[in-house]
Ligand binder design. Structure first.
Ligand SMILES: Nc1ncnc2c1ncn2[C@@H]1O[C@H](COP(=O)(O)OP(=O)(O)OP(=O)(O)O)[C@@H](O)[C@H]1O
Ligand SMILES: [Mg+2]
Length: 254
């Protein structure tokens, strides 16, 4: 651990300042109370600009998923401010949060969280049901999203009839079908082999190239290296907010 702090943050040059899409200000998250109290986040400050492709790394238990759940409006901070696309979401009502999640955000998790009784197409259509899109358009847009991830021949397959990598691609199609501004992924390649990992990363790179901001948690330096910026967590804090992806090997080995 001793050399962890010796790696200096190197700001990835960004000549054009983009609008800020994520701004976390002094975010604390405390679970439980008294003897069982856990400070999962301990004053996190983080800014991500529109169009970035970041990875979040750090040891197990350092607060990465807790931070992602707050960024994704699945959970609220105990204190602090969170501005998502300039909206102060930390204080919002549940119904408003759900609407923002559905409209602005897409999620991908390590375990794909597909509904097993539904086909790929039906899984991808679901977020549009909540968004109030009519049935015909739902079908067209779901098919288009599945084509975008290379699954146009698998529309009617159920999750059990698909490989792990294909299931994750269905999950990505579901995450992008409402055209989110921000795609969040918590260890999306954790359950995949190296070939399917690369397929998923190629899709993220393509989505980012079309302007979607992508933030991904990963334990794997090889995965982080394919992003443009690395944020490093330790003990509920951001200890490096802007590492160059080529520096992650040093930290991961320490
Ligand atoms: N619902 C919960 N109740 C109590 N403690 C929790 C809860 N969720 C997380 N924690 C604790 O908060 C801390 C941060 O957890 P978190 O899941 O954010 O870590 P992580 O960096 O994502 O770890 P990993 O790499 O293992 O996924 C840990 O100490 C964890 O035990
Ligand atoms: Mg986690």
């Amino acid at each position: 651990m001793a050399n962890t702090l010796s790696v200096t943050d190197s700001r990835v040059p960004n000549p054009v300042n983009q609008p800020v899409i994520i701004r976390l200000e002094d975010i604390f998250k405390v679970y439980g109370s008294g003897e069982t109290e856990v400070r999962a986040l301990n004053g996190v400050n983080l800014t991500v600009e529109q169009g970035e492709y970041c990875s979040i790394m750090g040891p197990s238990g350092s607060g990465k998923s807790t931070a992602m759940n707050i960024i994704g409006c699945l959970d609220r901070p105990s204190s602090g401010h969170y501005y998502l696309d300039n909206l102060d979401v930390a204080q919002m009502e549940d119904a408003d949060l759900a609407r923002i999640r559905n409209k602005k955000l897409g999620f991908v998790f390590q375990q794909f969280h597909l509904l097993s009784q539904l086909s790929a197409l039906e899984n991808v259509m679901l977020p549009m049901v909540y968004a109030g899109v009519n049935a015909g358009e739902r079908r067209d847009r779901a098919a288009e999203a599945l084509k975008r991830v290379g699954l146009e021949k698998r529309l009617n397959n159920k999750p059990t009839q698909l490989s792990g990598g294909q299931q994750q691609r269905v999950a990505i199609a579901r995450a992008i079908v409402n055209r989110p501004v921000l795609l969040l992924a918590d260890e999306p390649t954790g359950a995949l082999d190296s070939r399917t990992t690369q397929e998923v990363l190629d899709i993220f790179t393509e989505l980012n190239a079309t302007g979607i901001t992508v933030v991904m948690v990963t334990h794997e330096p090889d995965v982080a290296r394919q992003t443009k910026r690395v944020v490093w967590f330790r003990d509920g804090e951001v200890v490096h907010s802007n590492l160059s992806p080529s520096d992650v090997g040093h930290l991961a080995a320490s």
